[in-house]
Design a protein around this ligand. Sequence first.
Ligand code: NAD
Length: 350
Amino acid sequence: MTGLAKYQRVLFGVGVRNTVADEVRRLGCSRALILSTPPKSSSALDLAAALNDMSAGVFSRAAMHTPVEVTEDALRHVQEINADCIVAIGGGSTTGLGKAIAHRTGLPQIVIPTTYAGSEATPILGQTEDGVKTTLTDRKVLPEVILYDPELVATLPVGMTVTSALNAMAHAAEALYARDKSEDSNQLAIDGLTSFVKSLPKVLQDPEDLAAREETQRGAWACGAVLGRVGMALHHKLCHTLGGSFDLPHAETHAIILPHAIHYNAQAVPGLLAPLTDLLGGSSPGMALWQFAKSMGAPLALRVLGLQVQDLDRVVEIATRNPYWNPREVTADGIRALLEKAWTGEAPGP
Ligand code: NAD
């Protein structure tokens, strides 16, 4: 085990969520606060039943982008019930709330992921205050335990399965050209991409194929872990802009932008992106990703998410306002051309 992995206990397997009581005890805890989003509250209540007298309460108001006011309500609850650990069941939004609580209290966390976002594998916390999303990195927010149970992602609708998988793959794709990449991070990125490329078609054929679902979760962990180790670039900047300032949905936005951002950067670093064409075929990494996304039925056009064509100028302005590292120079004209194709849903290149 290298890097942050040694600080986490990561378990995979059908039914592994049922070991949650053992994991709470293992942490030396006995009063868990269970977190979920409103639609996943029944899963939170099931966990409370499984934890029995080790469940101190359920808070089912996790929301996208971790609003600070929700965190403050949850913190009041933590104090009232004297919780000594967090159990988060859900996607990146629920994990985000658990991390926000851990950042402020130091409470240990057990995360039971139900999407492929990968937040559970990173020490990164994103949170929103007064409409502005900021991120911080803090070892304290890295969850102590992750329980990857394939039965929980088997309920992900096919559309969400695909967009969430592409969201995870985006972390690994950008890791391939990260400025601070290493041999280890490169291998982790390739492992994550390989898991998804192999298992996603099987999952689409049979969404309840639990072996294939487990492989996607192994991919989610690897893609999340690499996101926690190296810096991201253009793709994440564009998605952050579209999510933060235009309220576009997280996973879908990643799915649409990824082929275009990779196509843009492939002009500068084709060799570093070669693992994508090795896995997906073809000679252009951006085109290979676009074809893969299309064949999986992913959304391809930002206009379908409700972005107006007249918003593109503002997206360009925000995304190019503050300089940041990217393997290819970020120019307003280049980003405008990229976004026009992503808006209409055209292929990124010839
Ligand atoms: P999400 O957690 O917001 O979930 C989206 C919706 O899907 C919610 O309504 C949820 O209740 C529902 N859902 C979740 N699992 C389901 C399932 N198995 N079946 C049916 N419905 C289900 O979405 P997400 O894409 O997992 O997470 C996005 C958030 O995570 C963003 O805020 C993003 O910034 C954050 N994120 C953070 C990091 C990090 O390292 N900090 C990494 C990746 C993502």
